[in-house]
Structures are given as C-alpha cells and as structure tokens.
Design a protein around this ligand. Structure first.
Ligand code: URA
Length: 413
C-alpha cells in the first residue's frame, strides 16, 4: 500500500477501504507516516468527507488502537456526555459533579482545545497539579470514591485520537463531520459507558456551522451507537453566542464553580437540563424527578463538594487556580440594546490573548481570557463595560475590531 495513492484517492473523492484507512492512520500512530502526509489526508477528508462505511471503519480502527474499558467490574449506573465543541463550553465541569452527587458514575474521557473551541482537558490543567493521566488503579478508585473522573486520551485509551486530534487542532482540519464523529464516538465507546448524551453545538462558534449539519451529525452518531449497542441521546444546541460569561481556561473553571455554588443564568439552566436528561436516559425516573434531584444537590452543596473531591482526587490544588491580575475593559462606544455577542469573534479575541494553541508545541496561557459583563438583551450606555480582558502580555493593545464582537442596535431609548 502507498500513502500517496491513499491521499490522491481521497483528493479525487473516492472512498477508502478499511485496509487503506488502517494503513494510513495506524502508520501515523507508529510514526511511519509523517505529519505532512497525514495533514494532507486530513485536509482531503475535510474537503470531501467520509461516507458512512468509512466512518464506521475509522471508528473501529480508532477504538482498536487502544484498550476498551469493561465497566462491569464495578457496580453502579454509568453515564457519559460529550460536546462537539463550542466557545465557553464548560458544561462537563458542572454536569460531572451534579450527576455524581446524584449517585451515578461518569468515567469521562475529554479532549484538549480544538481549533477555536476550548477543551475540558486544557481547562482542568489550568488547575495546578491536576493529573489527567490516571493509572488504571486510580481510574477505578476515582470512580468508586468520587463517581466522576476526567482523563485525556493516552497511550492505552484511543491513542489514535490523541495524535490525530492534536494534528487537526493546528491544521485547519477540525470541521469534518466524519472526523468529529470518529473522534467522539471512539472515546465514548472505549470508555465503556452504555448511556451517552452528545451535546451537538452548531453556529459560528462551533465546529458544526448549521442546524442541517447538526441533524446529519445526530444521525451518524446514533448509527454508530447502534452498532456498538450504546444508547446515544443527541441534543442539538445553538452556539452563535458563547456559553456563559467566562471564556478562557482558568476563568471557565471559576465559572463552573460559581454555578455549582448557586449562580443562576442560561448556562445553569442548560447544565441542569442536560444532567436531568442524562439521569432520565440511564435510570428509571422521569425527567422532572431527575431535574429536582439535580437542583437539590446544588442547593445542599453536595455537587460543589463533589467538584472539590474530584479535583483533589486528581491531585489538583484549586486554591492555586490563577487568573491573570492584569485586566483591560472593553467599553461601548454606542447606545442601544445588545443584540449579538459573536462567539466566533470572541474566540478569535481569546486566541489573541493566548487561550488556544496555534502550533502543536504551543503552550497555552491558562490565566488569560474574557469575562462578558453584559448579556444579550441588556440596554447599553456609552462607556459601559462590555467585557473584561484578562491579559498577561503588557503590550497587548485593544483593536477597534475587538468591538465587532458585539452588536448594539436601536440607539438611545
Ligand atoms: N470533541 C472531540 O472529542 N472530538 C472532536 O473532533 C470534536 C469535539
């Protein structure tokens, strides 16, 4: 087999066989195929997509690149959730502790940032000491003692996703529905859970841009789930506006903690809704009952305590979470109603602050980010602070373009 012929084939919109996909992807994992050839193949896939059979085959190849966890070793009801990625999406950090406080178990495998969407693993690593690479023994112990753990893909679990994900992040090849489905579903199936909620985000701040594509994606993942006897619940959600008020790794951890301590708002409502849907999916109780349970564990502080136990178990020191002490306020230069906070433009601004990688070896600045001080629908006066930038580069200067993240309409009332 020849990698050049495989790249050419996909470039010419032909379908690849199991053997060809296996040769190319496992060849890359074994470092027999260099970055530049895999990047070319990923780009050809992004432009011409994978058909259903190729997606099934590649999912199987990804799963087989590592081990599959057998959760039957431990008693309990296991659930999992995953988001296709968005701006400010820190729902895992809220949902994990809520469902664990409700008595379920969530063995989560997450990713790092991908393109302009943040990743839970990067957010967790903003907590000094936090270990996303648990040993097998720690994995089981964490599930038993805490009920929620979150680990990165590694040499044992879906190693192919680890290397392909890192390459997609920096080669503009994040948006193929097939590659997203393979990446997410291989991780979920390898984690062993039989009840999975997939939060499909679409819009300018998501990897999936339109509702039609989101619906197509929902079908793909349901079909993969069926093949592996896994219940998949797809939820389709708009991502044209960032989720919550904080964007940036440490800032997002802080916002998740605020929600677990009772902060109200749209993000809180979403996390409660998704948690209740997950519990309803896996247990024999109604959505309403499940939602009440979720509210109870927030109100009685059990969910927040779970978060602290989870961080402590994975060796993080939450008291050392660092948000940059340097900040800059972005002020409104017109009056009216705030009608848009553009998630894509906010993500570009977050990238210019250092929240994401631009090459594989880039170090993320965990302490920087953006806090949105206003919400859609708010009345804005001239000089009101629209958002606060937490910066670490003293030479960072604000650009007129940064104000384009916000649309203010209607003028003075
Ligand atoms: N999350 C993943 O794990 N993989 C993707 O490709 C996108 C979101």
């Amino acid at each position: 087999m020849n990698i050049l012929e495989i790249i050419e084939k996909k470039k010419n919109k032909e379908n690849l066989t199991y053997e060809e996909l296996d040769y190319a992807f496992n060849g890359y994992l074994k470092q027999e195929i260099p970055d530049y050839q895999m990047s070319a193949l990923l780009m050809a896939i992004c432009l011409n997509e994978l058909n259903e059979e190729e997606i099934f085959n590649l999912t199987e190849i990804f799963i087989k690149s590592g081990e599959v966890i057998d959760l039957s070793k431990l008693d309990g009801i296991f659930i999992d959730k995953h988001s296709t990625g968005g701006v400010g999406d820190k729902t895992t950090l809220v949902i994990g502790p809520i469902v664990a406080a409700c008595g379920l178990k969530m063995p989560k495998m997450s990713g790092r940032g991908l393109g302009l969407t943040g990743g839970t693993i990067d957010k967790l690593e903003s907590i000094p000491g936090f270990n996303v690479y648990l040993t097998e023994e720690e994995f089981w112990q964490g599930l038993k003692e805490v009920g929620f753990i979150d680990v990165a893909q590694n040499e044992k679990l879906v190693p192919l996703d680890k290397v392909i994900y890192a390459l997609r992040d920096v080669t503009g090849t994040t948006e193929s529905l097939g590659l997203i489905a393979v990446s997410i579903m291989s991780k979920k199936i390898a984690s062993g859970t039989k009840n999975i909620l997939i939060d499909i985000k679409y819009g300018n701040g998501a990897l999936i841009k339109t509702k039609e594509k989101a619906l197509e994606f929902a079908e793909i993942i349901k079909n993969i789930g069926q093949k592996y006897q896994v219940k998949v619940l797809p939820i389709i959600d708009d991502m044209n506006t960032p989720l919550g008020n904080n964007i940036g790794n440490a800032l997002e951890v802080k916002e998740a903690m605020d929600i677990l301590q009772g902060k109200q708002g749209k993000l809180t409502d979403l996390c409660l809704d998704l948690s209740a849907k997950l519990i309803n999916l896996a247990c024999d109780i109604s959505y309403e009952e499940a939602k009440q349970k979720c509210l109870d564990v927030i109100n009685n502080n059990q969910a927040y305590q779970k978060f602290l136990d989870f961080v402590k178990f994975q060796k993080g020191d939450i008291t050392k979470l660092k948000i940059s002490p340097y900040s800059l306020e972005v002020k409104a230069n017109e009056e009216g109603i705030l009608t848009e906070i553009n998630a894509h433009k906010i993500a570009l601004l977050a990238r210019s602050l250092g929240c994401f990688r631009q090459t594989k070896d880039d170090k993320i600045d965990y302490s920087v980010g953006i806090v949105l001080n206003k919400n859609i629908g708010d009345y804005i006066n001239i000089n009101d602070t629209l958002c606060t930038l937490y910066i670490s580069n003293p030479n960072f200067y604000l650009n007129e373009k940064d104000l384009e993240c916000f649309k203010i309409e209607g003028g003075k009332l």
